[in-house]
Design a protein around this ligand. Structure first.
Ligand code: SP5
Ligand code: ZN
Length: 386
């Protein structure tokens, strides 16, 4: 199995985050990536790690062109300049971290065109929803590299299988992760939505066809992937805005029937406001969204039962590619999660996913128990050895 990574993904290394009222060392550390890579390399017959820079490849197209299939140009431009603007305005040289957020109750929010003229402090809150996404001097480079890793892996999958082709598995060792990032929004350690950009990239390869081919995203991180697909917050709060209103975050695939999203995640846990079973999509995208909120303390058997249900829906959808947002923060000892999955459950998860028989791209999301995360990722992937 080919594993893609990029050393630039190690650059993003904020010294702290603000979590549940405490100032804590940054959970989403570069060491995570190194531990997973090491666990995979321990069996070189199964795993082949590649250092790939998407931009320098023969494909030759600028990475940001693909990012713009998902994220707004304004957001990209903000992230690329935010640290420098922040420091120039006399604020901390450690990182950009918001002071205020444009809370839904403060709407009407400034229009998109107003935002560029706001102070760096206002912009920091406008483009971010929590205090776990400090933008340091190196953050933008790492976030770009992380998307590049997902794109390189997606390109490999397209070459090796093609849509509806033979089952192949590839793994994108992405860091920072992506599934909490929306069109113009960072949060939950995520800046660009790696899996979403990979999905649009794969669809763009068949743009000559009248219809985009179908992609399924299976999200097995402990947390709901609010960025990938969710009801925009302003609509949840029943504010007087339409889902097409450019002032609100248009969470990426919510109205898109060509991308099925299916997520298993904890109920009543971060990010709290999204991930209910009642979120089924909107407009043409209605019924292309399946949420499986699971209670605290969920164990192997209940988890696998829900996963089997989720994969049944994916089978019916018959996607050309399967993209898996894979996190192992569902493990019993994970410091950010409250599920009780055992190590052997990750082998079972890998088998259930493999049973779908699809060309499959795994994209790394969360997992914070340093002693086990490498082996747990490896267990998921081992079913896809070649
Ligand atoms: C990619 C990813 O896994 N991002 C997750 C970020 C979640 N960080 C906040 C965790 C909040 C933990 N507080 C839980 C209190 C009740 N259990
Ligand atoms: Zn997570």
């Amino acid at each position: 199995m080919k594993v893609f990574w990029d050393p630039d993904c190690l650059l993003h290394d904020p010294p702290y985050e603000i979590l549940s009222g405490d100032k804590l060392p940054y959970f989403e550390s570069p060491a995570r990536l190194q531990l997973v890579k090491k666990a995979l390399e321990r069996n070189p017959l199964l795993f082949e790690c590649e250092v790939v820079s998407f931009e320098s490849s023969s494909h030759g197209r600028d990475i940001t062109r693909y990012i713009e299939l998902v994220h707004s140009r304004e957001y990209l431009s903000y992230l690329s300049n935010a640290y420098d603007e922040w420091v120039r305005s006399g604020a901390s040289t450690v990182a950009v971290l918001p002071e205020t957020f444009p809370h839904p109750k403060l709407l009407p929010a400034p229009t998109q065109t107003d935002v560029g003229s706001l102070s760096p402090f206002a912009q920091a809150g406008y483009y971010c929803f929590d205090l776990s996404c400090p933008i340091t001097k190196t953050t933008y480079s790492s976030a770009i590299a992380s998307v590049g890793v997902a794109l390189s892996a997606a390109r490999e999958l397209a070459a090796a299988s093609g849509p509806h082709g033979p089952q192949t598995g590839v793994f994108a060792l992405c860091r920072p992760p992506g599934h909490h990032a929306g069109t113009s929004l960072c949060g939950g350690y995520c800046f660009f939505n790696n899996v979403a950009v990979a999905a649009r990239f794969l669809q763009s390869l068949s743009s000559a066809r009248a219809e985009r081919h179908r992609i399924a995203i299976l999200d097995i991180d402990y947390h709901h992937g609010n960025g990938s697909k969710s009801l925009p917050l302003a609509l949840r709060f029943s504010l007087q805005v339409k889902h097409t209103d450019s002032r609100i975050a248009q969470e990426i695939f919510y109205s898109d029937p060509s991308v099925l999203y299916s997520s298993l995640h904890a109920v009543d846990d971060y990010p709290y406001f999204t991930g209910a079973v009642t979120e089924k999509g909107v407009g043409e995208g209605m019924n292309a969204n399946f949420n499986y909120p699971l209670p605290r303390g969920t164990e192997d058997s209940d988890y696998c039962a829900a996963l089997l249900e989720a994969t049944e829906n994916i089978r019916k959808f018959d996607p050309g590619y399967l993209l898996v947002s894979v996190g192992v923060d569902t493990f019993s000892n994970d410091p950010q999660g409250d599920f009780k999955l055992s190590h052997s459950c990750y082998t079972a998860i890998g088998e259930i996913i493999a049973d779908l028989g699809k060309p499959t791209l795994f994209v790394m999301e969360g997992g914070y128990h340093m002693e086990t995360l490498g082996e747990n990722f490896r267990a998921v992937l081992e079913e896809f050895q070649e």
